[in-house]
Design a binder for this molecule. Structure first.
Ligand code: PLP
Length: 369
């Protein structure tokens, strides 16, 4: 048996993506070269940017290709350093790529406060009660990577725009949207965020490619200075093959059968609840992530499943390097000690099937109460 239910960590590369990347190897010339081969590579990169921009409903000049979401987030934070200091608000359950900046910003004189949300959902009330006259930047992810909780980013941004008027200064709103791309509505123009990050390898694309959206690109400061690529926001020769693969992955996901995953999710929710497992994902969470607790410590249950060929996670793969982070995050969402120490995350891509879900339930039912 081999069931891959760890797609929030990363996904298998789609065969069409592989084909598109192999085709793109003919575009080996440097996209900055002025000869016709270079221009062909440049042209292809710009077509990819245009396609993804159309999908996200933004202008292509607002998109910067990066090496992944972590780099996109890092560029955005780096860009805040020269701005007037103030208070930064973060949800208490941001990914480490965001959360790990807190120490640095405190050290340079910013105040940092956390916004909590029950079960990982930030409500407009939660946010309103945290914003002060001094708030200058807000980071709230759209889909939580541990339990799939969704925050209504569009409503949160509206509240922030009202506060901007009242306080007469800009409040930057960044939403890490890695677990949202292709899975929930990603119309950035109606969401109204100032910045967002995306990653290719979470949607069956290649690793090492990501995207930064910035409503105001002139705000951005590059992390890597270089030859002025990506509008000067990310120096270094572009990853043409990776960008083509990313574009293909976006095309696949924008036409993907999300309803099938909703069906699988519903089946798993019902079956796990009937077996006595506690669900840790809110009812309206992303259908692609389902967390639950068992009577065993996370590591033990994960190992049992692994030995049977079922690949799951206890939370964020990136937190594996920072022990206890997943538990801390689940605690901040209001889950009790037992649930936080015994959580299992299963996460899906468009490739998962109902049959796999049934086989999974067949295995896990032996470990129910
Ligand atoms: N943000 C979230 C919510 C994630 O799940 C991840 C990946 O685990 C990242 C950021 C980092 O993405 P990347 O691996 O592209 O740097």
């Amino acid at each position: 048996m081999s069931i891959y239910f760890d797609n929030a960590a990363t996904t298998r590369m789609n065969d069409k993506v592989k084909e598109r990347m192999i085709d793109s190897f003919s575009l080996y010339a440097n996209p900055s070269s002025s000869h016709s081969l270079g221009l062909k590579a440049r042209d292809e990169i710009e077509k990819c940017r245009e396609n993804i921009a159309t999908y996200l409903k933004v202008k292509s000049e607002n998109l910067t290709f990066t090496s992944g979401a972590t780099e996109a987030i890092n560029i955005f934070f780096e860009s805040l350093i020269p701005l007037d200091k103030g208070t930064m608000l973060l949800s208490s359950f941001e990914h480490e790529a965001v959360a790990s900046w807190v120490g640095y910003f405190k050290a340079i004189g910013w105040k940092v406060n956390y916004v909590k949300g029950k079960e990982g959902v930030i409500s407009t009330q939660n946010l309103l009660s945290s914003i002060t006259e001094d708030t200058k930047a807000i980071f709230i992810m759209s889909v939580n990577n541990i339990n799939g909780a969704l925050s209504d980013i569009s409503s949160l941004v509206k509240v922030v725009r009202e506060k901007e008027k009242e306080y007469k200064h800009k409040i930057l709103f960044f939403s890490d949207s890695v677990q949202a791309l292709g899975k929930i509505d990603c119309d950035l123009s109606s969401l109204g965020v100032d910045g967002a990050s995306f990653s290719s390898h979470k949607i069956n694309g290649p690793k090492g490619v990501g995207l930064l959206y910035s409503k105001n690109p002139s705000l951005l400061h590059p992390l890597s200075q270089g030859g002025g690529q990506e509008g000067g926001k990310r120096g270094g020769t572009e990853n043409t093959y990776g960008i083509c693969g990313f574009d293909e992955a976006v095309t696949i996901w924008k036409n993907g059968n999300v309803d099938n995953i909703k069906k699988i999710n519903k089946y798993l929710r019902t079956s796990l609840s009937k077996l006595g497992f506690t669900l840790l994902s809110p009812e309206n969470a992303s259908p692609f992530i389902l967390s639950f607790s068992t009577q065993y410590p996370s590591e033990v249950m994960q190992r049992i499943l692994n030995d049977k060929g079922i690949y799951t996670s206890s939370g964020s793969a990136c937190s594996t390097h920072k022990k206890g982070k997943t538990k801390e995050i689940l605690r901040s969402m209001g889950y009790n000690e037992k649930d936080t120490t015994s959580s299992i995350r299963i996460s899906f891509s468009l490739e998962n099937t109902l049959k796999e879900a049934e086989e999974f339930i067949d295995v896990i039912k032996e470990y129910s109460k």
